[in-house]
Write a protein that binds this ligand. Sequence first.
Ligand SMILES: C[S@@+](CC[C@H](N)C(=O)[O-])C[C@H]1O[C@@H](n2cnc3c(N)ncnc32)[C@H](O)[C@@H]1O
Length: 392
Amino acid sequence: MVPFTSTAFRSPDLEAPSAWIEHVPFMFWLIDSLRPHRFVELGTHTGVSYCAACQAIELLGLSCSCYAIDTWKGDEHAGFYDEGVYAGLATYHDAKYSAFSRLVRSTFDEAVGHFEDESIDLLHIDGMHTYDAVRHDFETWRPKLTKNAIVLFHDTNVRERDFGVFRLWSEVSAGRPHFEFLHGHGLGVLAMGNSYPKAVEALFTSGEQDHGQEAVRTIFAHLGQAVAQRGNTANAIRQAEARFALSLEDWRRQVEQRNSEIEALTAKGEQAEARFAQSLEEQRQQHESEIAALESERAEKAEEFRGLQGEISAANATASALRTERDKEIARARAQTAALQAKIEQGQRAVQEFKDSTSWRITSPLRALLNGRRLLKRVAARFQRVVAAKFR
Ligand SMILES: C[S@@+](CC[C@H](N)C(=O)[O-])C[C@H]1O[C@@H](n2cnc3c(N)ncnc32)[C@H](O)[C@@H]1O
């Protein structure tokens, strides 16, 4: 019967998405049972299988050097991913396991030359899963294995797309001690030699007992499912927390944005208010100065008006005086005219009296005699002088 230690029942420290997660309890058990001195993994991605091994090595205080080899770029089967995967793993790994473990960022073929032959006693092959790729990886790294090394093959139970691990597994496992788990996409445990610790021997020979192989498979499958379940729950919680944090962050951003919009609008409003107040003040000052100007103009006009009124009064007085004077003049003229009229009438009467006089009538023949023009003129002139003298 396969002996179980408490190591197999532990939970992985690293919680990350992986198709490998259901084999973590077996990795814990294997490290504890095999106690390897050098562990190499070909294909690490998020680090679930590799960190399970490191966790057990550290827990048990084993003297084992570990190397994770990966480009951390992905492949056709695992999918291609971004730099964050390597960065996240390196941060986690280096803080916990750098005392005995290294993440080697290179292709498997580039890395292989850096390992001595017969130096690796536990190799995990989990790179590309086509038959050719996995065969190539196995063949390339085979010289590096110790005589009694163990090789793990993941995905021995995948029969879709162009996964070909199951084919290689059937080839390499024939004639060698081995064990295959069927859960978690299948994991092949291959013995390269014949001498192993008792617990590992028991694993390889479990099939010799009635239902021994099924019992081991069932136990590890259940342990694996429990770990996966915990991982799934933890993942779901993490995703929910991330979503919650995102929506919180989103709300916070929206609130910040609204706040800055409100601040901008408030500032704009204050500026507009200040501009409005300034323009009101300017208008008030302008109106005040216009009112002052109109007021002084009105005062000037009033002064002018008072002046004009004075002038008009003076003119009226002058006119009235002139009218009085004129009336006096007219009266004087009328009186003079009347006096003259009287004198004319008096003259006419004097002329008539002269004409009616005896001398005038006596001299009538003489005047007829002297009916010459010069005499008449002289007589007329004399007459005029006489008349003039009479009225003087
Ligand atoms: C299936 S994943 C490994 C899963 C991992 N063991 C786990 O616990 O989840 C395969 C990884 O192998 C890497 N890979 C595939 N072919 C490679 C090669 N030739 N050299 C280096 N890395 C390779 C990919 O980048 C990918 O990260």
